[in-house]
Design a protein around this ligand. Structure first.
Ligand SMILES: [Zn+2]
Ligand SMILES: [Zn+2]
Length: 347
């Protein structure tokens, strides 16, 4: 089958004769992949030097959806031919962290990556979905309304992560929100926090292409970062209630943007940066900083949002390409000419 393999040092190799995976345990499911998104994390993995670790030799692709092809003999509750959402970092469900509602800290999942603090995500530390078929454990599967198209269902993982983060912020109607970055994650935050009731929402983004998308998913004001300070002075003179960092190195800026008692969320993930925190500003304003990483039992919520059609998720998918064009998709993202790019293996 066709597959895109991470070979290390910025090298993703597309091959047409990767072996089709087979079930090796009774709780496994063979999925025929119908959509796999290219994530900023895939770009980080392929950066030189890498901004995110990954296991050399694995098939990339952790944001995916597909159709059940074969069920292991121990699997129940799903049927062959059913479209499903797939959590690429499922907790084991029984370790101490999972039992404390922290599947993101699942002890065996963290141990399986071999990288401290990183869960053994499918598509980063084991074979993922930039391929025609992938094998996943049953506990990765979530039901979804069968009318949800596959390019939308492929957003389940980033949406689940953004839901988890947004649940911490608890944005209320009437609040002022700033989102830094209008990549797919920044756009998902914009759409979700708009739905939460933010009464004024500013998005800051250098790419004109992405600024236009931010306006389409619910931003009131979209600015180039060079103009952000001036816009804040007129539109939110007392500072924002909430600032979302969806870029990587901008935590100091985000702290500066909120007013007294403001909340800041660090979501952008770039392990090559370690910005200095403006401590005096932080404590004088009594700012609360949240960090958020992956989803915590939020795929069911993502499935409901998708089925409702109430978020403009289709505006976040800019391209659907055959898997054979994975390098074209990566280049579009590097050049800021794409939002979420969904690859379609088998087409
Ligand atoms: Zn991702
Ligand atoms: Zn666990």
């Amino acid at each position: 089958m066709q597959a895109a393999i991470f070979k290390g040092e910025g090298n993703l190799v597309l091959t047409d004769n990767h072996p089709k995976p087979e079930l090796t345990a009774p709780d496994q499911v063979l999925i025929r992949v119908t959509g796999v998104g290219i994530c900023g994390t895939d770009l980080h993995i392929l950066q030189v030097p890498p901004a995110h670790p990954a296991r050399i030799g694995i098939v990339e692709g952790h944001e995916f959806t597909g159709v059940v092809e074969t069920l292991g003999e121990g699997v129940s509750g799903f049927r062959v031919g059913e479209s499903v959402l797939i959590d690429p970092h499922p907790g084991c469900g029984v370790c101490d962290e999972c039992r404390r509602q922290r599947p993101d800290r699942c002890i065996p999942l963290l141990a399986s990556s071999g990288e401290p603090g990183h869960p053994g995500t499918i598509g980063i530390f084991s074979d993922g979905a930039m391929a025609e078929y992938v094998v996943v454990p049953q506990r990765s599967l979530y039901k979804v309304d069968q009318s949800v198209p596959s390019h939308i269902a492929a957003l389940a993982e980033p949406l689940a992560c953004v839901i988890n983060a947004s649940e911490k912020l608890k944005v209320q109607p009437g609040e002022f929100v700033v989102v830094l970055g209008a990549g797919p994650i920044g756009l998902l935050f914009t759409a979700l926090l708009r739905a939460n009731g933010a009464s004024k929402l500013i998005v800051s983004e250098p790419s004109e292409y992405r600024r236009n998308a931010a306006g389409e998913v619910g931003a009131d004001i979209v600015v180039h970062p060079d103009d952000l300070a001036e816009t804040m002075a007129t539109e939110m003179p007392g500072g924002a209630d909430v600032a979302v960092e969806a870029v990587g190195p901008l935590l100091p800026l985000a702290i500066g943007l909120v007013g007294a008692g403001g909340r800041v969320l660090q979501f952008g993930h770039d392990e090559t940066v370690n910005p200095a925190v403006p401590v005096a500003d932080l404590l004088k304003k009594e700012v609360t900083i949240y960090g958020a990483f992956i989803g915590r039992y939020t795929f069911d919520t993502a499935a409901r949002i998708m089925a409702s059609g109430k978020l403009p998720l289709d505006k976040i998918v800019s391209h659907q390409l055959p898997l054979s064009k994975v390098h074209e998709g990566l280049d579009l993202l590097r050049e800021g000419k794409g939002l979420k790019i969904v690859l379609r293996p088998g087409e």
